[in-house]
Design a protein around this ligand. Structure first.
Ligand SMILES: Cc1ncc(COP(=O)(O)O)c(C=O)c1O
Length: 353
């Protein structure tokens, strides 16, 4: 017998590479925003008071929670804030998925879901996307211990449908389990399930500041749902770590959220560049999914994705390649600035036959 027999062994999530290479690099591998955070954040940094760091932050992150509630037309008790949406999702898994029945999610989706399920010993069942990489609604109309749907999905970029009817049907058919909709990318053209939260007490919507708010480094995520649902999440959170967000994150988060104009302008720019990128990739022989996110998901008709990935890396252009068999011939490419995407196309023209 050794201490190793009692270790909680898990296969961890592998985050996208944060390259430490010399010189200029084009980083299109972790879906960060290509523009800096709102100038309002800079202002908040200038106004920040180091002396206040002597004190613990608000354990409910109340200034940010209230601002988010105002922004979305909710009560602060309907909002939960965490250290990035990874923290929020992890807390949601720990809180809501506590039955013997399997939690359902797609075979191709955010690859952290099965890691949380494993670490918390939650049974789960993968529901294969159809041949067009779309979810099959019928797969989620059966007995289960919970449901998680990324909408729009990652890494495919595809949105469930043009309106919320499919999501509503799934939420309505599963009143006895919690349905989590991960809306990390919704601001780039997806359809939010937010209008449903006052009607369904089993719906939890999770969002992040890491993508459309250009704040991946600050680590802010949040969930919205019925007060009771959020209350249960807080009970679990306060049983693990009561002080999650630090004081600067709470203050800067409020500042960023208030700058709606910058948010809208920069998101529109990313959407425009995404459309340009999709078209340019198609012209080079890629088939590209209908992305509603800040990345494109593309597969070349002739050339192997891993080969392209390696050649781009040699040129210090980082994109993402997954080894999962169903998507091993795809590349997930974050939308960068116009100049970065032009450089990418120039390089691809040299690589492709
Ligand atoms: C679908 C999805 N959900 C959640 C996250 C986590 O984002 P964060 O923890 O930065 O909020 C990501 C990150 O890439 C994602 O793709």
């Amino acid at each position: 017998m050794s201490w190793e027999d009692s270790v909680r062994r898990v296969t961890p999530y592998v985050p996208g590479e944060q390259p430490k290479v010399e010189g200029e690099l084009i980083k299109l591998n972790t879906n960060e925003f290509p523009y800096p955070p709102s100038p309002a954040a800079q202002e908040a940094v200038r106004n920040s008071d180091i002396a206040s760091l002597r004190l613990y932050p608000d354990p409910f992150c109340d200034p940010l929670r209230s601002e988010l509630a105002k922004h979305h037309g909710l009560s602060p008790k309907q909002v939960f804030v965490g250290v990035g949406s990874d923290d929020v999702l992890s807390m949601a898994f720990l809180t809501f998925f506590y039955s013997d029945k399997p939690v359902l999610f797609a075979d191709i989706t955010y690859s952290f879901y099965d890691v949380w399920a494993d670490v918390y010993r939650i049974p789960y069942e993968l529901k294969p996307l159809d041949e067009n990489l779309r979810i099959r609604k019928e797969d989620y109309l059966c007995d289960n211990g919970g449901i998680v749907i990324a909408n729009p999905n990652a890494p495919t970029g595809i949105s469930v449908s043009g309106d919320i009817s499919v999501i509503e049907e799934i939420v309505r058919a599963n009143r006895d389990s919690v349905v989590i909709i991960d809306e990390a990318y919704v601001d780039f053209g997806g359809v939010s399930a937010l209008p449903l939260i006052d009607r369904y007490d089993n719906l939890l919507i999770v969002r992040t500041f890491s993508k459309s708010r250009a704040f991946a480094g600050m680590r802010i995520g949040y969930a919205m749902g019925n007060e009771k649902l959020i209350g249960y999440m807080n009970d679990v959170k306060f049983s693990v770590n009561s002080y999650t967000l630090n004081r600067p994150a709470i203050d800067y988060g409020v500042a960023v959220l208030k700058d709606e104009e910058y948010f809208k302008d920069t998101v529109a720019k990313v959407i425009k560049t995404r459309e340009w990128t999709g078209k340019a990739l198609s012209d080079l022989g890629f088939s590209v999914t209908d992305s509603k996110t800040n990345f494109v998901f593309a597969s070349h008709r002739e050339t192997d994705a891993e080969y392209i990935f390696e050649r781009l890396k040699e040129k210090k252009i980082y994109v993402r390649h997954f080894k999962q068999p169903r998507i091993r011939n795809y590349l997930r490419i974050s939308v960068g600035t116009d100049d970065e995407m032009k450089r990418l196309m120039e390089e691809l023209k040299r690589i492709l036959p």
